[in-house]
Write a protein that binds this ligand. Structure first.
Ligand code: PMV
Length: 312
């Protein structure tokens, strides 16, 4: 039996603009994860792969699923890369604590966990970059313009400075940054939010390009703030990035409510994170404001509040 897990993730700054070639910052969130276990299936056809996901109420042979099914697609892509030759039937069981469609990278984590578990099972030698590429193939099926940031940060499992089509740069962190992650409880497919930005961009390219440039400037400033451990500066960058995302019309009343509640309770800065229109927001807090801000988020309607640290 082999098993592998992959973390969730949050985008600190730069979502949406990253689809248009601007840089973005993302960090893994190890408090939530997806795990995949590969074991002998007992019975079944030679070369058969039984995919089991209690969360999705799924138990199906890979050959019976459509090629676009995310679990089938990553299994198929990984097997094609590994070329294991004939093998006895296997069962792949996937469990997750990452909420879906919430901006925490659940689909990328599912792909990375399955790919890694299969690689271990068959004794393959595919590294982080290859795993990230395999997961990217799947991200693109469901969200054709995916930038690749989710699969990158989840596969590398470390903070990254990411720009589409470039080798991800590991982010140097010069201090401790404490984040709260507040969930609006509203599931929001990323493709819809990305489509909304696309429509606005098609209607007025110069205005949107200018907004993306402003976001890119904040990303560069935030990278510096992380490097030197300047929490106040990072907080201000988060705040400004949220305002620009509001202008792009991808925030929501629920997200804005949580961001305001965090600010009012003394967060250093807060913003929506990921596709938006629901899903999660993040708040940067000092240690002494962590509990009050978490309470304020719950009172303002957050269905869950996670804590995570970004550290050297
Ligand atoms: O998967 P999410 O919801 O964290 O959003 C991904 C970030 C976007 O920039 C909105 C889309 C992308 O592909 O980069």
């Amino acid at each position: 039996m082999t098993s592998a897990c992959a973390p969730g993730k949050i985008i600190l700054l730069g979502e949406h603009a990253v689809v248009y070639g601007r840089p973005a910052l993302a960090v893994p969130v190890r408090q939530v994860q997806v795990c995949a276990v590969v074991e002998a299936a007992g019975s079944g056809p030679p070369g058969g792969v039984l995919l089991v996901s209690p969360d999705l109420a799924l138990e199906s042979w890979l050959s019976d699923l459509p090629a676009s099914h995310p679990l089938a697609a990553i299994s198929q892509a990984t097997l094609a890369a590994l070329e294991p030759g004939p093998f006895a039937p296997i069962r792949v069981t996937i469990t997750s604590t990452i909420p879906v469609a919430s901006g925490l990278g659940s689909s990328a984590a599912v792909s990375v966990a399955i790919a890694r578990a299969l690689i271990q099972h068959f004794g393959g030698e595919l590294g982080h970059s290859r795993v990230s590429e395999l997961a990217f193939e799947v991200e693109r099926i469901h969200h054709g313009t995916a930038s690749g940031i989710d699969n990158t940060v989840v596969a590398f499992d470390r903070p990254v400075f990411f720009r589409r089509g470039e080798t991800p740069e590991p982010l140097a962190i010069g201090g401790s940054f404490h984040f709260l992650i507040g969930d609006t409880g509203v599931a929001a497919p990323t493709a819809e939010a990305v489509g909304r930005v696309r429509q606005r961009w098609q209607a007025d390219p110069p205005a949107l390009e200018a907004a993306f440039d402003q976001i890119a400037a904040l990303v560069l400033d935030a990278r510096q703030a992380l490097l030197i451990g300047d929490v106040d500066r990072l907080g201000a960058d988060l705040r400004r990035n949220h305002a620009l995302l509001q202008e792009l019309d991808v925030s929501s009343a629920g997200l804005d409510g949580l961001v305001q509640a965090a600010d009012a309770a003394g967060a250093l800065g807060a913003k929506m994170s990921g596709g938006g229109m629901g899903g999660n927001m993040i708040a940067l807090v000092s240690v002494d404001r962590r509990e009050p801000v978490a309470d304020a988020l719950r009172q303002a309607g957050a269905v869950s509040v996670l804590q995570t640290e970004v550290e050297p």
